[in-house]
Design a protein around this ligand. Structure first.
Ligand code: UP5
Ligand code: MG
Length: 186
């Protein structure tokens, strides 16, 4: 990968705001490669290593796993893909994640897609999602909301200060959200 010339878009928003759903559609239409930090972590957890088990425990508590773990998984996935256009979903989740990414990958994002949706809508979506995710229970969902407010919103504010945030309200249908998303990529 030519890291210096890579295009990176961070996709942020609360749990259930539609990051994964919209990224799949962006991939189909605009030729990006998509990595969900959460999916990479869930895969890492399945490896059954001690470090994997520790991550599973943190995710069950809605906590953010150490930056080194996530950034190494992302860096490896980016390298293996051979691509130079990346959608990175659900990352960076705190300012330290962001600093570590810059240090290790050597590249900041071009912009941030920020999916904004009220918590009552998110809660219903997550409780209805039937994918068997260990963190889709009401107790963990509440913890995920709190971590998002306390630690991830400052990342969005940071990028807002750099004028890099594309704000999209996602409490409308999947197609309506994608219309707004498409306008940004066209
Ligand atoms: N849906 C989607 N859009 C809809 C719409 N417009 N209208 C109606 N329904 C809609 O969507 C969720 C559900 O809603 C689906 O059923 C979908 O059909 C429907 P989805 O696209 O899956 O939303 P997404 O935002 O991707 O939700 P997700 O639950 O994946 O977000 P999280 O941010 O909670 O999860 P993530 O996988 O990113 O992280 C999980 C955990 O991993 C974190 O809590 C944390 O513990 C850990 N983590 C880290 O520690 N570090 C990282 O860098 C990343 C994760
Ligand atoms: Mg997701």
């Amino acid at each position: 990968m030519g890291e210096a010339s890579a295009t990176v878009v961070f996709v942020l928003g609360g749990p259930g705001s539609g990051k994964g759903t919209q990224c799949a559609k962006i991939v189909d239409s605009f030729g990006y490669v998509h990595f969900s930090a959460g999916d990479l972590l869930r895969q890492f957890v399945r490896s059954g290593t001690k470090e994997g088990n520790e991550c599973a425990e943190m995710m069950q508590q809605g906590k953010i796993v150490p930056s080194s773990v996530t950034v190494n998984l992302l860096k490896q996935a980016m390298k293996d893909s051979g691509s130079s256009k990346f959608l990175i979903d659900g990352f960076p989740r705190n300012l330290e994640n962001r600093d570590t990414f810059l240090e290790v990958v050597g590249h900041d994002c071009s912009f941030v897609l920020f999916f904004d949706c009220p918590e009552d809508v998110l809660e219903k979506r997550l409780l209805n999602r039937a994918e068997g995710r260990a963190d889709d229970n009401i107790e963990t969902i509440k913890k995920r909301f709190k971590t998002y407010q306390d630690q991830t919103m400052p990342v969005i504010e940071h990028y807002r200060g750099m004028d890099k945030v594309k704000h999209i309200k996602t409490d409308v249908s999947i197609d309506e959200v994608f219309e707004k998303v498409s306008a940004i990529f066209k």
